[in-house]
Design a binder for this molecule. Structure first.
Ligand code: UD1
Length: 431
């Protein structure tokens, strides 16, 4: 297992090109199951989850062509992926894939809508919480599906096809909104999704589905109205920029006291994160498709945050902001409302000298003068990158073990940081 070694304390200066958004690309790729024609996606990030999902789609019978070449298992090196699901030859999404990447469960709605059946592994628990599937299941049942849980799998059939329904989510769920949105496009009649997620990745999916011929109203609101159509068509679509990668590198600039220009993204995508950074002592200069961020004052101020569904502060940026708050003056109360167990990074940040106390869903961070490098362990994707950020600010060497989590979601992380002056290297264990 690879590790990453960082010798911290260097202010980062330079430009970083933001990749396409993993969390937008995954549902867009799944949407290819809704048509027999070819869907071509551009601006894909080079991250492990993209190849894992490509493998799943091929398993269902899709033909995948990456940068003009037929894509084999494990390939993740292209930017442009064409997916053609002419025939669905297999409707099972196996445990081995869905366990690694929960987004694999998004195939359930599209498979049901297209061929009337799907057998999808339950994703199971993960490091950040139990993450149930009840909203996906009850929504599809309201649309006419019959779903049984057998041997860890959701066995779903829709013998008479799916039909429109009025569905109200009692919790805002990105995945359930995406799953039902895709299913509703090919269902008979009108579907209304109330209390739907409003994340920009949902808007990206709606734009693509419309381009494929879907009839959807309410983009950007929590009430989506979908009028089912008989068929969808192939198209070409560019994946939106990754707002979590954008926010992460913005914090890298501020935590090291440097200045970074983030390219191919926009400040609007990370408004709630920038608001906190500005309050903490950052300076932001915005342009149309880029912005420059730096630390204005020598010391940072502690700022309280609470994670919320979009447009609130994103849970996927909670760990990174906590890393910043460990060296701010005063205290910061960080409250996590989306996942029940998303403070796995706390003991690891404490190893670097952070002063953090967890009380239920809140963590009280009392800023310290400086962090000191130490060996730490990555636990999940965003927790891992918070340790990288803390390591960039810490004095001495930080070695982060189990970095495979990072490779799921951050493209060429070490390269992008090193180009701005970070002393960072990957140590390959060869095993
Ligand atoms: C997506 C993102 C993930 C992000 C999360 C919240 C992708 C691939 N992943 O995950 O990075 O952290 O949104 O912004 O886009 N819930 C239920 N029942 C369900 C489904 C969800 O109770 O059937 C709960 C979850 O346990 C959680 C909350 O709803 O507490 C939000 O989860 P959800 O928005 O569904 O997260 P994902 O779509 O899995």
């Amino acid at each position: 297992m690879d590790s990453i070694a960082i010798r911290g304390g260097k202010p980062l200066h330079g430009k970083i090109e933001i990749s396409g958004a993993k969390n937008a690309a995954l549902p867009l790729m799944v949407a290819s199951l809704l048509t027999e024609e070819t869907l071509t996606l551009t601006n894909l990030p080079h991250v492990a989850d993209i190849s894992t999902l490509t493998n799943l789609l091929c398993h269902h019978g899709s033909l995948a062509v990456m940068n003009g070449q037929q894509s084999g298992a494990g390939s993740s090196s292209g930017r442009t992926l064409s997916l053609t699901a002419r025939d669905i030859t297999n409707t099972e999404a196996p445990y081995d894939i869905v366990r690694k990447m929960r987004a694999g469960a998004l195939v359930m709605g599209p498979l049901l809508a297209r061929v009337g059946k799907a057998r999808v592994s339950l994703p199971g628990g993960c490091a950040i919480g139990t993450r149930p599937m009840n909203l996906h299941i009850t929504g599809l049942e309201q649309m006419g599906a019959e779903i049984d849980i057998v041997g860890g799998y959701m066995e779903a059939t829709a013998p008479n096809g799916l039909f429109g329904a009025e569905i109200r989510f009692d919790t805002v769920s990105v995945g359930a909104t995406e799953n039902l949105l895709m299913a509703a496009c090919l269902a008979e009649g009108e579907t209304v999704l109330e209390n739907a997620a409003r994340e920009p990745e949902i808007s990206d999916l709606i734009k693509l589905l419309r381009q494929m011929g879907a009839d959807i109203d309410g983009e950007g609101t929590d009430r989506l109205l979908i009028r089912g159509v008989d068929r969808l068509y192939g198209t070409e679509y560019r994946v939106m920029p990754d707002r979590i990668e954008t926010g992460t590198y913005a914090i890298a600039a501020v935590i090291t006291g440097g200045e970074i220009e983030l390219l191919n993204t926009s400040a609007d995508l990370v408004r709630s994160v920038l608001d906190v950074l500005i309050e903490a002592g950052a300076d932001v200069t915005e342009s149309k498709n880029s912005f420059i961020i730096s630390r204005k004052s020598k010391r940072l101020n502690g700022v309280d945050i609470m994670t919320l569904p979009y447009p609130g502060y994103p849970t996927d940026m909670q760990a990174q902001m906590m890393a910043l708050m460990t060296i701010a003056d005063g205290a910061a109360m960080i409250t996590e409302t989306i996942f029940e167990n998303r403070f796995m990074h706390v003991p690891e940040l404490s190893r670097l000298g952070a002063n953090i106390t967890v009380h239920g869903h809140s963590a009280l961070v009392r800023g310290v003068d400086h962090l000191v490098g130490a060996p730490v362990m990555a636990t999940d994707l965003r927790a891992s990158v918070s340790l990288v950020l803390a390591g960039l600010a810490a004095e001495g060497e930080t070695v982060i073990n189990r970095v495979y989590h990072l490779d799921r979601g951050y493209e060429r992380l070490e390269e992008k940081l090193a180009a701005c002056g970070a002393d960072i290297e990957r140590i390959s264990s060869g095993g």
